[in-house]
Design a protein around this ligand. Structure first.
Ligand code: ADP
Ligand code: MG
Length: 267
């Protein structure tokens, strides 16, 4: 199966999700979280997974992270089947899950602890570089409890980027933040993505957020979780979530999500 999949994958495909199904056993009976889902993500692409709650977006992200394994099908990165987590694929969740007993610097350094071949001075330089990249250089030695929600997510982003992963997996990372903080982070994330050439898979249920960030927006539908189609977003960057263009694309996608296919771009 995987040999066939690798043959048909585009040469530049970083991630290949091939005919993946996943069912969870629950007290309410089996839940079919993903049903024959296939998706390819190119190196350096920014792909948003969009759909209502419960349609399997997080499950798919966890499969790519190696935190779950598929029942059927294969998930591979660079042509190698993913069988567990790895530092080349880092995850960022809605809750930052920072270590409260370490300061900002300590949290970023922690991610570099197991990275071999680096001196302590090099690790410190790398941690400082990423804290600068996310705009937290002045908060290097702040305690985690002193930070706002947005700042905590910036630390989480620096921590995820510090081991230099080639794939960044983001599961509704800004969903708990206020609109103004989110808007700043949309700008910063687009800049960091362009600068670091990282491949991003970003889960959201916010249509505008998906249009603002994604090269491609992949639409999911629930029960069972399936890909319904996708939109390619060709707006120039950096994009402003409040722009007329983002709003127009978002309206089109909202119609598609509701089943009113006015423009079947790729669907
Ligand atoms: P989304 O992220 O799109 O909201 P999820 O991938 O979290 O969706 O969940 C898809 C479905 O699978 C949901 O019905 C959810 O309850 C179920 N599910 C997800 N993870 C588990 C799990 N570990 N155990 C049982 N059911 C799960
Ligand atoms: Mg989810």
């Amino acid at each position: 199966m995987s040999a066939v999949v690798e043959d048909i994958a585009a040469p530049s495909a970083k991630l290949v999700i091939a005919d993946v199904s996943k069912t969870f056993a629950t007290s309410r009976g089996p839940v079919h979280a993903l049903d024959h889902v296939s998706l390819q993500v190119a190196e350096g692409e920014f792909v948003c997974l969009l759909g209502p709650s419960g349609c399997g977006k997080s499950t798919l992200l966890n499969l790519v992270a190696g935190l779950e394994l598929p029942d059927e099908g294969t998930v591979s990165a660079d042509g190698r089947t993913i069988r567990g987590p790895g530092r080349e694929r880092m995850v960022m969740f809605q809750e930052s899950a920072l270590f409260p007993w370490l300061d900002v610097f300590g949290n970023v350094m922690f991610a570099l602890k197991l990275k071999s071949g680096l001196t302590d001075a090099e690790r410190k330089d790398i941690a400082r570089y990423y804290l600068r990249l996310v705009g937290l250089e002045k908060f290097t030695h702040a305690a985690i409890h002193e930070l706002s929600g947005g700042m905590k997510q910036r630390v989480a982003l620096a921590r995820a980027l510090a081991p230099n992963p080639r794939v960044l997996l983001m599961d509704e990372p800004f969903a708990a933040l206020d609109a103004m903080t989110r808007e700043q982070l949309y700008g910063d994330l687009q800049q960091i993505w362009a600068q670091r050439h990282v491949t991003i898979l970003f889960v959201t249920h916010n249509v505008r957020e998906a249009v603002c960030l994604g090269d491609r927006v992949v639409l999911f539908s629930p029960h069972p979780g399936r890909i319904r189609g996708e939109f390619t977003i060709q707006l120039p960057r950096p994009r402003d979530i409040n722009s007329v263009e983002v709003a127009a694309h978002a309206t089109q996608i909202t119609h598609a999500l509701k089943g009113h296919l006015e423009n079947g771009a790729g669907i």
